[in-house]
Write a protein of this length. Structure first.
Length: 238
């Protein structure tokens, strides 16, 4: 793996659609059940050949064409849950190693096989993922860990396969990572992302806006509490 930043362990596409209760999904099924495939698979603007999305309203599209998850993070979860989590279990298309996927920078470019990918967004866990996992409080646990993996755009179509090296070709100077965007720990810093990456998706802009509104509400609440405290103190000494 000389000169490489990481490596693809498995390329995964839909094995079979999984039926879902209506209370979880109005679509009634999900394509989260991904399994490794052999040979080289072509990556196109909307994803990998042989893969598909059932809930096209909330998933898929050019900004969520391919989903990558790190083997290192999967191994951590496997030890914690006490069961194997094979390639594809997270609904990922690419199980990779050697890269801190959740700490990759939004807009970062990866060269894999014949294709060029761009890191576009974190994966936001949903009730479908909860149902698929069979684990209690899975969405909350996954959210708190914030090892979300990364959605990728396909900038240059081409084939990819297990064993391909991953080379990070470009890292944007703004430095805002997938984890930063998911957690919103520093909302002011996220404005750098919008200024530096005008091609971010509407979903990403909504995430940034949501973090900003939450931060604003928290600041207002803290200000309200601090201004109310002297009044309570005065009442106590009267």
């Amino acid at each position: 793996m000389s000169g490489a930043d990481g490596r693809v362990l498995a390329v995964c596409v839909v094995h079979t659609d999984v039926e879902l209760p209506h209370k979880i999904s109005r679509v009634g099924r999900t394509a989260i059940d991904k399994r490794p495939v052999t040979g080289r698979i072509r990556a196109e603007a909307l994803g990998l050949d042989g893969d598909h999305v059932c809930d096209t309203k909330n998933h898929g599209g050019a900004d969520q064409a391919v989903y990558a998850y790190a083997e290192e993070d999967a191994e951590t979860w496997s030890r914690e849950l006490g069961r194997p989590l094979p390639s594809g279990w997270f609904g990922e298309n690419l199980r990779v190693t050697g890269l801190r996927v959740s700490d990759s920078v939004i807009g970062e470019r990866w060269l894999i096989g014949e294709a060029v990918f761009e890191v576009s967004a974190p994966r936001v866990p949903c009730s479908t993922f909860q149902h698929w996992s069979g684990e209690q409080h899975w969405v909350k646990r996954f959210t708190l860990r914030a090892n979300t993996g990364a959605y990728l755009r396909v900038l240059t179509p081409g084939t990819v396969g297990a064993g391909d090296e991953i080379r990070v070709d470009h890292v944007p100077a703004h430095g805002v990572t997938v984890r930063d965007l998911f957690t919103g720990a520093d909302p002011d810093r996220l404005t750098l992302l919008l200024a530096a990456e005008p091609t971010v998706s509407d979903d990403v802009r909504m995430q940034v806006d949501r973090h900003a509104r939450r931060a604003g509400a928290k600041t207002r609440a803290q200000h309200s509490n601090s201004t109310a405290e002297p009044a309570r103190s005065a009442e106590g000494t009267a």
